[in-house]
Design a protein around this ligand. Structure first.
Ligand SMILES: Cc1ncc(C[n+]2csc(CCOP(=O)(O)OP(=O)(O)O)c2C)c(N)n1
Ligand code: SF4
Length: 333
């Protein structure tokens, strides 16, 4: 076995800190202030490294990074239709394979593209097992066209197409359990993560990149415009989604649950909801509103039980211990 060389005079942590990270997504794009998706895409592409090509479905990320004739991308990047990022990525991968290249194909889509309109092509890509990492930036609505509800929008949330009124309290249906549907394709790796936990994103991107075959990441990415929270509260909001059990952080391999991020101090769902205008109708004094709040708490409780999310003791990788933007000095990888 070869021995690692030792460099006693070199401060390795300092060297790492001083080294510039590769940035595939450069500053100067036109995302809104505090856009969770912009930060999440930067973290994903930083971890993926320079030897990638990207197929990006229509949506906010595509629009704010490529206003003609500008581009914020420093890697080969292709705009796909809303409905066919999976098909475009499959073709890119087949072409690179035919040329004997090892370049990894990434595909990006919002929840509208992933959960709804591009799902057919995506399902085909997973079923054929293309060597592609597909990342869904989940901001829980069709944001780019003015906040319409998608099948990822949580129950009771207000969007322009699920307005609260006398008969309904926002969206009537439940958020689609996309990760279970995708895991049911028996792909080697599918995981959820959140922009509130950069190290979790990095770890999962690296894991997915090291796997030959189809992999999937669902990145919870708050949208201040559509969710109605202050732009400086993006990370806090994303963290509360995890800490309340509303957005479980899990890993599945070949369809089986293999990892979770435990929740050290579970918070009541109202702590998450009350920060966002999309849920403000739930805080009016009415029996209907009270019932909806109880319903959402029951959904969070169900997630906690289903995935065994309650942490038993403090853990460096739990919802309090894992690296966050505000505590970026302590890192794990
Ligand atoms: C087939 C088709 N239907 C509708 C549109 C219009 N459209 C463009 S972007 C968009 C919303 C994108 O939503 P999502 O995928 O959730 O991404 P986000 O903008 O929220 O990041 C819509 C409806 C389109 N381009 N193509
Ligand atoms: S609308 Fe939302 S997702 Fe789109 S750029 Fe603005 S903050 Fe980001």
């Amino acid at each position: 076995m070869s021995k690692q060389p030792e460099y006693p005079d070199i401060n390795i942590p300092l060297l790492r800190q001083q080294q510039q990270r590769f940035q595939a997504l450069t500053p100067g794009h036109r995302a809104c202030l505090g856009c969770g998706q912009a930060l999440a895409a930067r973290l994903v592409t930083e971890a993926a490294g320079p030897d990638v090509v990207i197929a990006n479905a229509t949506g906010c990320l595509e629009i704010f990074t490529t206003p003609y004739p500008e581009s914020a991308w420093r890697v080969p990047w292709m705009h796909s239709l809303f409905e066919n990022a999976g098909a475009i990525a499959s073709g890119m991968e087949a072409a690179l394979k035919a040329q004997g290249k090892l370049t990894k194909v990434l595909a990006f889509g919002g929840d509208g593209s992933t959960f709804d309109i591009g799902f057919q092509a995506l399902s085909g890509m997973f079923e054929r097992g293309h060597n592609v990492l597909y990342v869904c930036f989940d901001n829980e609505a069709y944001m780019n066209t003015g906040v319409q509800r998608s099948s990822s929008t949580p129950h009771a949330a207000m969007t322009t197409t699920s307005p609260p009124g006398k008969k309904r309290m926002g969206k009537r249906h439940l958020k689609k359990d996309i990760i279970s549907i995708i895991a049911a394709h028996h792909i080697p790796y599918a995981a959820s993560t959140s922009v509130a936990y950069p190290s979790d994103i990095r770890k999962k991107v690296r894991r997915a990149m090291s796997i030959e075959g189809s992999t999937f990441l669902l990145v919870h990415s708050p949208c201040p415009l559509g969710w109605g929270h202050d732009s400086e509260m993006t990370i806090e909001t994303a963290r509360l989604a995890v800490q309340t059990g509303m957005f479980p952080i899990i890993e599945l391999e070949r369809g089986e649950l293999t990892g979770t991020m435990p929740i050290r101090h579970p918070r009541p769902v109202v702590d998450y909801l009350k920060q966002q205008k999309r849920f403000r109708h739930l805080f009016k004094a009415s029996q209907q509103a009270q019932e909806e709040l109880e319903h959402l708490q029951a959904l969070a409780n169900y997630n906690m039980e289903r995935y065994g999310l309650k942490g038993n003791e403090p853990d460096a990788l739990d919802s309090d211990g894992a690296d966050t933007v505000g505590r970026a000095k302590i890192r794990w990888a």
